[in-house]
Design a protein around this ligand. Structure first.
Ligand code: SF4
Ligand code: SF4
Length: 367
C-alpha cells in the first residue's frame, strides 16, 4: 500500500480506501472478514455513507479493537434512524442518526465529519439555516469531530462552500466519464472540474474519490462511454493522477473483492494506462495534458506528467507546486525537443512546445 498525507490534517491515508454503499449486502460475517483483510492489506480509510444502517455494527465489530488505526468518514445528513439510508436536512434527525452510528461503531469520535451531499446551493443555505453546520463545529470544539469534510458532485457548489466553510477534505465523484461530460453526475464543465482539483491541491484540501467506476458503468463494455470497458486499475490510476486526490474509495463486499483492489500495486505500468479515453476527449479537453505519462519514456529522463502537473498548479498560484518543480532532478529545461512525446500523446498535446512554455514560465519565477 502507498500512502498520501492530507496537508490540512497531517493524516497519512492509504491511496486505496473502501466505500460502503453496498457492504451490508454481504452480511456481518463476510463483511467483517473483508474489512479485516482490507486493514491487513494496509487500507486505513473508510467512507461510511452506507446504503443501509446495518453497515455500522459491521464496522463496529471489525474495527473496535483497532479504532485508532483507521479513519472514518461520517456523514451529517445521512439518516439511518429508520434503518435504510435517507437524506435529511433536519437537525434533530441528524443528531439522532449520528448518535446511533457512533454507538453501533463502538466509538466516541469521528475522524472526518462530513457536510453531506450538497449538490444545490439551496441545500447549503438550508444546512446553515437549520444549524447543522454549527452542530458540526460544536462537535469539533468538543473533540468529537476531528476534521471537517464536504461531499458533493457539483463544482460550483463546492467552490461556494470552500469559500465559506473551513473544509479539510472533499469527497468528489472523479472518473474519466464525468470529467468528459458523460454520466449521471457529470456536473460542471471540463474546466470547472479541473479548477476543483487545482484548488484543493493548492489549499492542501485532500480529495477522497467516490464513484471511481461511474457506478460500475466504466467496467462494462456495453455501458462504458469509451470504446471498451476500463479496468478498476485504470480507473484508480486515473483518479490518483488528479491533483489533490488522496484516496480512491471503491466498494468491496468480500475478501476476494478486497484482494482484487489490493492487486492494483501488482499491475504492470501498461495495465494502468488509460489513454484509450483520449478518443472521447471533448474538443475543449483536446490538447490538454492529463498527466497520464503515456508518452514515456522521455530520452531526457523527464517525468512529463509530473512536470505538467506542477506547471498547471504553479500557474494557479500554488507556491508549493513551484517549489516541487524546482526540486525535480529533471525538468523542462532538460528537454532536447526530440518530439517523441508529441508522437506518443493520444490527447494531442504538443508537448515539446509546451516544455518551452513551461521552461519560460519557471525561469521567470527563478529571477
Ligand atoms: S503529454 Fe499526453 S501522453 Fe504525455 S502525460 Fe500529457 S497527456 Fe499524457
Ligand atoms: S520533446 Fe522533450 S519532453 Fe518530449 S520526449 Fe523529447 S526530450 Fe522528452
Amino acid at each position: 500500500m502507498r500512502y498520501r498525507v492530507c496537508r490540512k490534517t497531517g493524516d497519512r491515508i492509504s491511496e486505496i480506501g473502501i466505500g460502503s454503499s453496498y457492504m451490508y449486502e454481504a452480511g456481518m460475517e463476510e463483511a467483517v472478514k473483508a474489512l479485516r483483510r482490507a486493514y491487513e492489506g494496509g487500507i486505513n480509510y473508510f467512507d461510511l455513507a452506507a446504503g443501509d444502517g446495518s453497515t455500522f455494527p459491521i464496522y463496529g465489530e471489525a474495527f473496535h479493537d483497532i479504532r485508532e488505526n483507521v479513519f472514518f468518514q461520517i456523514h451529517f445528513g445521512a439518516d439511518y434512524t429508520q434503518g435504510t439510508y435517507g437524506w435529511s436536512l433536519d437537525l434533530d434527525t441528524i443528531k439522532r442518526s449520528v448518535e446511533k452510528q457512533l454507538k453501533e461503531l463502538r466509538t466516541d469520535y469521528i475522524d472526518y465529519g462530513f457536510i453531506h451531499c450538497q449538490d444545490e446551493l439551496s441545500d447549503w443555505q438550508t444546512y446553515k439555516d437549520n444549524g447543522i453546520y454549527d452542530y458540526i463545529l460544536q462537535l469539533k470544539r468538543e473533540g468529537v469531530v476531528r476534521h471537517i469534510g464536504l461531499s458533493s458532485h457539483t463544482p460550483s457548489v463546492i467552490q461556494k462552500i470552500l469559500d465559506e466553510a473551513d473544509i479539510d477534505i472533499l469527497m468528489f465523484s472523479v472518473n474519466p466519464a464525468y470529467d468528459y461530460g458523460h454520466g449521471e453526475y457529470a456536473n460542471g464543465s471540463v474546466d470547472e472540474r479541473a479548477q476543483i482539483y487545482r484548488r484543493c491541491e493548492k489549499e492542501g484540501i485532500g480529495i477522497t474519490v467516490m464513484k471511481p467506476f461511474s457506478g460500475g458503468q466504466l467496467l462494462d463494455a456495453k455501458q462504458s462511454v469509451f470504446s471498451e470497458a476500463l479496468t478498476p486499475y485504470q480507473c484508480i490510476r486515473y483518479a490518483l493522477d488528479k491533483p489533490g486526490v488522496l484516496t480512491v474509495l471503491p466498494g468491496a463486499q468480500s475478501v476476494k473483492e478486497v484482494e482484487t483492489l489490493l492487486a492494483y500495486y501488482e499491475q504492470p505500468e501498461e495495465a494502468l494506462d488509460y489513454s484509450v479515453i483520449a478518443a472521447f476527449a471533448p474538443v475543449k479537453a483536446s490538447g490538454r495534458c492529463v498527466y497520464c505519462n503515456h508518452c514515456k519514456p522521455c530520452p531526457a529522463g523527464i517525468d512529463i506528467g509530473l512536470v505538467n502537473k506542477y506547471y498547471d498548479l504553479a500557474k494557479e498560484g500554488d507556491a508549493m507546486a513551484a517549489e516541487h518543480y524546482r526540486s525535480l532532478e529533471k525538468n523542462a529545461s532538460d528537454c532536447v525537443g526530440c518530439g517523441h512525446c508529441d508522437s506518443r500523446c493520444p490527447f494531442r498535446v504538443r508537448q515539446s512546445e509546451r516544455m518551452k512554455e513551461i521552461r519560460a514560465y519557471m525561469d521567470q519565477f527563478e529571477r
